[in-house]
Design a protein around this ligand. Structure first.
Ligand SMILES: Cc1cc2nc3c(=O)[nH]c(=O)nc-3n(C[C@H](O)[C@H](O)[C@H](O)COP(=O)(O)OP(=O)(O)OC[C@H]3O[C@@H](n4cnc5c(N)ncnc54)[C@H](O)[C@@H]3O)c2cc1C
Length: 410
């Protein structure tokens, strides 16, 4: 049997349509693909199963800000070459309010650290290319996926692939299948505790063919609501507006979007938002979500399968990367030294960082958005908070060290 997207013509399946690997990974997002790459560096075998096609995964526009540690880990994992050439290193971000821009110098406040602007789909292209080049196994367009035997020593994934019903058995199962995947719902509800918060607004985002007017990101607080100016490359701008959570996109023709962006992103100085052809438009809801624990038997949850953050802190993809850094290390200790202690503490270690990141994303969200349009006390309080954060070295250092990313451990 041949596999789409693979260089090898060898069949993975023995006659009975079942197969085995050390780690079965569900989902070819940042969590699943990076885990597979890190495991291969430790000579641990894995097979990645992905519901969507390779071209879909490689063109899905999502996150784009890599923490310092994420960029470093991609380089250490051998997939950072193109990112180093094409990614944009940002040593600062701007907070905009009351018509003024205030720069937070990330590098100066964090002993030289920075973030890298490089699209999530570009990271995925690099990871897929590396896995396939090294003979890694990724099965795209699998269907009817279910997981079973999670509390045994050989968990099992059943799925349909190229018209056949197949079964994958493994030592461990990594649930990297995102918020809507099958892994988390396969855990009995009584074994999980769910923490959830929804926000009374969403983000209307556009991708535009326009050279960025500013060199660095701008998080803008405005009487009409939040706006974010960001970029994906020297020719593509990514812009967001606070909107209703169930906003009807048909009420937002391009002209209305640009007018709102221009108003909310208007600051002293000659620079203005540069308009361009709108390449993509969409509304994202905002929620904070965590399940505890992030493990059930031999199933480990990682990334969006276990937690969601509002995008204001640019943390979703970075949290997924942090989880699989822990998991790859724990599996390496298991296979190389027979140690199970890091597997046992996986959930606890991840959750410590997840909750700190939830806190930061919640804080950025509450500081930058308008909750009640007519609540003047809140408005004044938020302005005072922004004034304090941008005026105090201690407060801007706290923002900077969270924005470039907290250490993986400790
Ligand atoms: C619209 C959108 C915009 C975003 N924008 C930002 C942003 O600006 N900044 C930011 O920091 N974060 C952003 N995020 C969050 C960030 O993209 C995610 O946190 C990140 O993708 C998490 O990676 P992951 O690998 O855990 O999950 P995902 O990237 O969701 O990957 C999960 C994969 O599993 C696959 N899958 C699902 N079900 C199955 C199944 N049953 N079997 C096999 N495969 C399955 C999916 O197709 C997917 O490829 C955004 C997310 C969304 C949805």
């Amino acid at each position: 049997m041949l596999f789409r997207g693979q260089d090898t013509s060898e069949s993975l399946f023995p006659e009975d349509s079942s197969m085995r690997t050390q780690v079965a990974i569900l989902g070819a997002g940042p969590a699943g693909l990076l885990l597979s790459q890190l495991l291969s560096l430790h000579r641990i075998e894995s097979i990645v199963l992905e519901k969507k096609s390779r071209s879909y995964v490689e063109s899905r526009i999502r996150a784009g800000v890599l923490e310092h540690g994420t960029a470093q880990l991609l380089c250490d994992a051998g997939v950072g070459e193109r990112m180093k050439k094409e990614g944009l290193r940002h040593e600062g971000i701007n907070l905009g309010f009351s018509g003024q821009l205030h720069r937070v110098n990330l590098s100066e406040l964090t002993q030289g650290k920075a973030v890298t602007v490089y699209g999530q789909h570009e990271v995925l292209k690099d990871l897929i290319a590396a896995r396939l080049r090294d003979g890694g196994q990724i099965l795209f367009e699998v269907d009817a996926v279910s997981v079973d035997a999670l509390l045994t020593k050989e968990p099992c994934v059943r799925f349909r692939y190229q018209g056949e019903n197949l079964e994958l058995r493994s030592d461990w199962l990594a649930g990297c299948d995102g918020f809507h995947g099958v892994c988390r719902p396969s855990i009995p509800p009584e074994a999980l505790k769910v923490f959830e918060k929804t926000y009374p607004f969403g983000w209307l985002g556009i991708l535009a063919e326009a050279a960025p007017s500013w060199d660095e990101l701008i998080y803008a607080y405005h009487q009409d609501g939040f706006a974010l100016f960001s970029m994906r490359s020297p020719t593509v701008t990514r812009l967001y507006l606070q909107c209703d959570p169930d906003e009807d996109l048909s009420k937002w023709p391009d002209e209305r979007i640009w007018e709102n962006l221009e108003r909310r992103l208007s600051f002293v100085g000659p620079k203005k938002v540069r308009r361009g052809k709108v390449l993509q438009k969409g509304v994202t809801s905002m929620r904070s979500f965590v399940v505890e624990p992030m493990r059930h038997g031999r199933l480990f949850l990682a990334g969006d399968a276990a937690h969601i953050v509002p995008p204001t802190g640019a943390k979703g993809m970075n949290l997924a990367v942090g989880d699989v850094w822990f998991l790859a290390r724990a599996l390496d200790f298991f296979y190389s030294q027979g140690r199970t202690d890091l597997l046992e503490s996986y959930s606890e270690n991840c959750l410590r960082r997840v909750w700190k990141t939830q806190r930061f994303s919640w804080w950025m969200t509450t500081m930058m958005h308008r909750f009640e349009r007519h609540d003047e006390f809140e408005h004044r309080r938020q302005l005072a908070e922004l004034d304090y954060v941008t005026g105090s070295v201690a407060a801007s250092t706290a923002l900077a060290e969270n924005y470039v990313g907290l250490p993986w451990a400790g």
